[in-house]
Design a protein. Structure first.
Length: 124
C-alpha cells in the first residue's frame, strides 16, 4: 500500500505546483481554489494511506495479485484511443485496437501467471 501513498502524494504535490503556477494567471479565486482543494485532498489521502500502511505488519510472502499492471494500463489506453478514433477516423480506431490487443494479451498472461502461483507451481 505504500506505493499507493506515494502515487497520491506525488499527484497531490504536482497538482499543488500547477495550481500555484495557475494562481499567477487566474483572475478569479474560484479558478485556482478548485484545483487547490483537489491537491490538498490528494495529499491528505496520501498521508492517511501512508500512516495506515506504517501500522501494518509486513508480509513478505509472494502475492498472487500484482501491485501494478502495465498490461491493464495498455488495455485502457487502447480503449481510449479507439474511442477517440470515432471522431478522427478509422486509422486511429485501428491503432487503438492494436494497443487494446496488446493490453488484452498482457492481462491474459498475468491471469495465467496468477493461477499458476495459486496452484503452487511458481514462476517459469
Amino acid at each position: 500500500m505504500r506505493r499507493a501513498a506515494v502515487v497520491l502524494l506525488a499527484w497531490g504535490l504536482l497538482l499543488g505546483v500547477l495550481t500555484a503556477l495557475q494562481a499567477v494567471f487566474a483572475p478569479k479565486v474560484i479558478q485556482f481554489s478548485i484545483p487547490a482543494v483537489a491537491s490538498t485532498a490528494c495529499v491528505l489521502a496520501g498521508l492517511v494511506v501512508w500512516t495506515l500502511d506504517a501500522r501494518q505488519d509486513r508480509d513478505e510472502r509472494p502475492r498472487p495479485i500484482a501491485d501494478g499492471s502495465l498490461a491493464t494500463v495498455a488495455l485502457v489506453i487502447g480503449v481510449a484511443v479507439a474511442l477517440l478514433g470515432a471522431g478522427f477516423g478509422l486509422w486511429l480506431i485501428l491503432i487503438g485496437a492494436g494497443i487494446l490487443a496488446l493490453g488484452l494479451g498482457g492481462v491474459v498472461r498475468e491471469q495465467r501467471a496468477r493461477a499458476r502461483t495459486l496452484r503452487g507451481e511458481g514462476s517459469r
